[in-house]
Design a protein around this ligand. Structure first.
Ligand code: RAM
Length: 352
C-alpha cells in the first residue's frame, strides 16, 4: 500500500507549510463568478523554471482540498514548477470558469481542476487545450482533459462503503439514506450510482430511502442530515461519500442524543475532521485515501504531460516522485490506489 500514516518527510512538511502560508494570503482579489474568492501564488513553494501549474479545487475552504493542494504544491516544488491555487468559495457549476480563463491569459503550462460540474467547464478547458495548456482532472473527472487522476476506482469506493454498512446492519438489513455533496459532481454521482447498484444486486434487505445533497457547505449538509433523520422514521444508517457531508451528519448526530445508537453514519471523511466523532463513539468507521498524495500525483502527471513523457494514451508510464511509477489506464485514467478504512485504532495516525 502506497501511503504512510501521517508520513511526510520533514523536508516536504517545510514546503507544504510554505504553500499553506501562501494559501493563508487568500481573499485578496476577485475574478468573477458568484462565490468567487481569490488566488494565491505558491511561487515560494517552487518555480524558477518556466513550468507552471494552476490548481483549481471544487472550492476554497474545504479542508479536503487544502490537503490535496498542499500535496500538489509540494510536488510542484520538487519539480521546479510555479504553483498557484485559485478557486471559488461556492460549488456552483460555472464558478470555476473565470479561474480557467485567468490561467489561460497568464500563460500557465498546466491546469489541474476538480470540476464541480464536468460539462460546465468544458468549453473553457478545451480553449486552454487548444492553446497548448495541459489539463489534468483530479479528484473528479471532466469531459475535456488530457488525463484524470482518480483517487480510487468507483467500484472500490462503493464496495468499501457498502461493506462497512452491510456489516454493521447485519442479516436483517434496513432502511438507509445517502447524503452526497454537490449534485453535479461527477465523482459523487458515480459513487452514489455504484453504491445503489451494488446494494440492489447484493443486499436485497437494504433499502435506500433517499439521496440528499449537502453541496459541500457545512450548514446545508447539517440541515440535510437533520432532514433525513427526522423524516425517515426507520432510518438505520447514512452513507455520506463526501468529506463535508459525513462530518456534518456526525455533527448533527452528536448534537441529537435521540438518534445516537439508532442511526449509524459512515462515508468518506478526513481523519483530522472525524477523530473526535470516532473517539466519542458517534462514528465507528469511514474511508478515504491520502488527499495530499492525490494532489502530489496530479502535479507529477501535469509535469509529465508538459514534458511530453505522457500524452494520456493508455499504457503511458511516468514516475511520480516518492509515490513511484504509474501507468495511464483506459480513457486516460490514473488511479492513486485503494480505499483505506479508518477506525478508532488508526484515526489518530494521520495529519490530513
Ligand atoms: C469532498 C468533495 C471531494 C470528494 C471528497 C470525498 O471533499 O466532494 O470531491 O472527493 O469529499
Amino acid at each position: 500500500m502506497r501511503f504512510t500514516p501521517s508520513g511526510f518527510s520533514r523536508k516536504t512538511l517545510v514546503i507544504s507549510t510554505a504553500a499553506l502560508a501562501a494559501t493563508a494570503l487568500l481573499l485578496t482579489g476577485c475574478a468573477g463568478g458568484s462565490g468567487t474568492a481569490s488566488s494565491t501564488d505558491g511561487g515560494s513553494a517552487g518555480g524558477g523554471g518556466d513550468s507552471s501549474i494552476t490548481v483549481i479545487p471544487k472550492s476554497l475552504g474545504n479542508k479536503y482540498f487544502e490537503a490535496s493542494d498542499k500535496g500538489a504544491a509540494a510536488a510542484a516544488d520538487e519539480l521546479g514548477m510555479t504553483f498557484k491555487e485559485v478557486g471559488p468559495t461556492a460549488t456552483g457549476s460555472a464558478d470555476q470558469v473565470p479561474f480557467i480563463q485567468t490561467a489561460i491569459q497568464t500563460g500557465q503550462k498546466a491546469i489541474a481542476i476538480a470540476a464541480n460540474d464536468p460539462t460546465a467547464v468544458c468549453n473553457d478547458l478545451s480553449q486552454a487545450q487548444s492553446q497548448g495548456v495541459k489539463v489534468v482532472a483530479y479528484d473528479t473527472d471532466t469531459d475535456c482533459r488530457d488525463v484524470f487522476v482518480n483517487q480510487a476506482t468507483v467500484d472500490g469506493v462503493a464496495e468499501g462503503l457498502v461493506k462497512l454498512t452491510a456489516d454493521h446492519l447485519g442479516d436483517e438489513g434496513g432502511t438507509i439514506a445517502i447524503l452526497s455533496g454537490g449534485a453535479n459532481a461527477a465523482n459523487l454521482n458515480a459513487w452514489v450510482d455504484a453504491i445503489q447498484a451494488l446494494i440492489k444486486k447484493d443486499h436485497p434487505k437494504i433499502t435506500v430511502a433517499k439521496v440528499a445533497y449537502g453541496d459541500d457547505v457545512d450548514e446545508k449538509a447539517y440541515q440535510e442530515a437533520q432532514g433525513l433523520m427526522q423524516s425517515i422514521p426507520d432510518l438505520k444508517a447514512i452513507i455520506a461519500p463526501d468529506t463535508v457531508s459525513v462530518k456534518e451528519a456526525a455533527h448533527y448526530l452528536s448534537d441529537t442524543p435521540e438518534y445516537q445508537g439508532k442511526v449509524w453514519v459512515t462515508g468518506l471523511g478526513l481523519p483530522s475532521e472525524m477523530k473526535d466523532y470516532v473517539d466519542s463513539g458517534i462514528v465507528e468507521q469511514f474511508g478515504l485515501w491520502n488527499p495530499e498524495d492525490l494532489g502530489y500525483l496530479a502535479s507529477y502527471a501535469a509535469d509529465a504531460l508538459i514534458k511530453g513523457d505522457i500524452t494520456g494514451k493508455e499504457g503511458d508510464t511516468f514516475t511520480a516522485g516518492k509515490l513511484g511509477d504509474y501507468t495511464v489506464g483506459a480513457d486516460g485514467e490514473i488511479v492513486l490506489g485503494p480505499l483505506f478504512v479508518f477506525n478508532k485504532d488508526n484515526v489518530g495516525d494521520f495529519s490530513f
